[in-house]
Design a protein around this ligand. Structure first.
Ligand code: G1P
Ligand code: ZN
Length: 539
């Protein structure tokens, strides 16, 4: 039975870098989730004939949210939903299904790499028919709609059993529950040489993959263990759990401690990797060796011709502004068109759709290609395994060779978390105002060559985006400042540091960047304004 529920707007439903992300308890407030979904439906308009893909990363409240979503979609006249079994779909798998079955959009219920559980975070990512998350022009309209909402429509019915694959109906709406993994596997088989990868494991190559008890466990087991023949137990924390077993599913040097402990010893497996909660981020490790995501993007680009899907050539490559310049040097060497976009995967979508780029990545452990419109964790791992299979070299050897050829961008990101929003906003505003005066100034051995906000003019839709402040130095070093757009409370200031060296290839990144860090703190008056003497998280 169709029901119309009266509601009142919430004032805080503005999407950030990756959809709407909130504390789980905020999302669970009466009508909060429903208001947001109805606002999206209202913004889309006529839903007759529309087909959407739906899934999530299995975190707490996923099950309830999906059932509410199904009932609202039916009540709003959606024609069909394609849903991952048990409500599970990784973000890359969802983007693939969205494009493969030419649907009108997709919803992933996830707060990505943020912790789950009732005291953790919950989120909604909405992609349109491009397969990628919507541009700001649309998310702004949705935000306007959330501020005016007075009612939402919902079907009153029993829950749909999502554990069974098959076709169902709710009112006039069709529901197809699909295997969450098989379309994704097929796509990977069309990109990479699976026979070569099987041989690698047959020769005794060993690996550990940490799924953090989030959505990628079933994907990783099917691909690495069942198909490629990696040893049973290669995938750890493979069971999706509502609270991720208490883990923080962010694949980086701070949170992937279990995997780092396995990899940081002389008898470790040959290769280590992890994905985040919804499977779009990746971390690559060798034995006792960490590959920075910026270097990873550069290395994958350098080797594109060994991958079956890319061997006939790639269009070009892009990185987000704070990502290191390593990939720029590779693009130059291979004569590839090169782009720099604001932080957030959605900015790559137009470049992919217009055939300007094939590969792209961000320093925040995101790498991907135009096979879908989201970053893709398992894809990045298969790409690395392909390079290893082809060259017979270790992760460390491949990376050191890269530095030898191109030089090394020492790179780290420093996050100052839990800041008062007004303090953080003021810090950025005042810093922006001071930037013109910085040019030509000398700090230590560093002379400022440029200082300005990062402004991106999209070559396709002609929109203009300002995100972050850049200070560049004569020797090629850079500081980028920006505020996070994915937090669920307070503000996080991110400070990204890069220093290039052609000759010093074996230094400790922290030591190499120490002076620059002090300069970055001084220029932005971080300690004076936030009381923080050091960053909370360094990745
Ligand atoms: C962060 C990352 C950004 C990434 C986004 C979604 O956003 O920095 O690169 O695209 O998560 O995964 P931020 O919190 O910095 O706005
Ligand atoms: Zn993610």
């Amino acid at each position: 039975m169709l029901k119309i529920v009266q509601t009142k707007p919430y004032s805080d439903q503005k999407m950030g870098t990756g959809g709407l992300r909130k504390k789980t308890k905020v999302m669970m407030q009466p009508h909060y989730f429903e208001n947001f979904i109805q606002s999206i439906f209202n913004t889309i308009g006529n839903l007759a004939g529309k087909v959407f893909v739906v899934g999530g990363d299995g975190r707490y409240y996923n099950d309830k949210a999906i059932q509410q979503f199904i009932k609202m979609a039916a009540a709003n006249g959606v024609s069909k939903l394609i849903i991952g079994q048990n409500g599970f779909l990784s973000t890359p798998a969802s983007s693939n299904i969205l494009l493969k079955y030419k649907t009108d959009g997709g919803f992933v219920f996830s707060a990505s790499h943020n912790p789950g559980g009732i005291d953790g975070d919950f989120g909604v990512k909405y992609a349109n028919e491009t397969g990628g998350q919507i541009p700001t022009s649309i998310s702004d309209k949705i935000y306007e709609s959330t501020k005016q909402i007075t009612e939402y429509k919902i079907y009153e019915s029993a829950d749909i059993d999502l554990s069974k694959i098959g076709n169902f109906k709710l009112g006039d709406m069709q529901i197809e529950v699909i295997d969450s993994v098989s379309d994704y596997v097929e796509m990977m088989q069309n990109i990479f040489d699976f026979d070569a990868l099987k041989q690698l494991f047959q020769k005794g190559f060993s690996m550990k993959f940490d799924a953090f008890n989030a959505v990628t466990g079933p994907y990783a087991i099917r691909i690495f263990e069942d198909i490629l023949g990696a040893k049973k137990g290669t995938v750890i924390n493979s069971q999706p759990l509502p609270d991720f077993g208490g883990k923080h599913p962010d694949p980086n040097l701070t949170y992937a401690t279990e995997l780092l402990n396995i990899m940081n010893n002389p008898n470790s497996p040959d290769f280590g990797a992890a994905n985040d909660g919804d499977g779009d981020r990746n971390m690559i490790l060798g034995r006792n060796f960490f590959v920075s995501p910026s270097d990873s993007l550069a290395i994958l680009t350098d080797y594109y011709s060994i991958i079956p899907a890319y061997k006939n050539g790639i269009y070009g490559v892009a990185k987000s502004c704070p990502t290191s310049t390593a990939v720029q040097r590779v693009a130059k060497e291979h004569n590839l068109p090169y782009y720099e976009v604001p932080t957030g995967w959605k900015y790559f979508v137009n470049l992919m759709d217009s055939k300007r780029i094939t590969l792209c990545g961000e320093e925040s452990f995101g790498t991907g290609s135009n096979h879908i419109r989201e970053k893709d964790g398992i894809w990045a791992i298969l790409y690395w395994l392909s390079i290893i299979a082809k060259t017979g070299k270790s992760v460390e050897e491949i990376t050191r060779e890269h530095w030898k050829k191109y030089g090394r961008s020492y790179y780290l990101r420093f996050d100052f978390e839990g800041l008062d929003t007004s303090v953080a906003d003021k810090l950025m505003q005042d810093l922006e105002a001071r930037l013109p005066k910085l040019e030509g100034k000398i700090f230590d051995n560093f002379e400022v060559s440029e200082a300005h906000p990062f402004i991106y003019n999209d070559p396709v839709d002609k929109s203009s985006t300002k995100n972050g402040l850049i200070v560049k130095f004569k020797d090629g070093s850079r500081i980028v400042y920006r505020l996070s757009g994915t937090g669920s409370s307070g503000a996080t200031l991110r400070v990204y540091l890069e220093k290039f060296s052609k000759t010093e290839l074996d230094k400790n990144p922290r030591q190499m960047l120490d002076n620059l860090l002090a300069i970055a703190m001084e220029i932005a008056e971080i300690t004076e304004r936030t009381d923080k003497k050091e960053a909370d998280i360094v990745t």
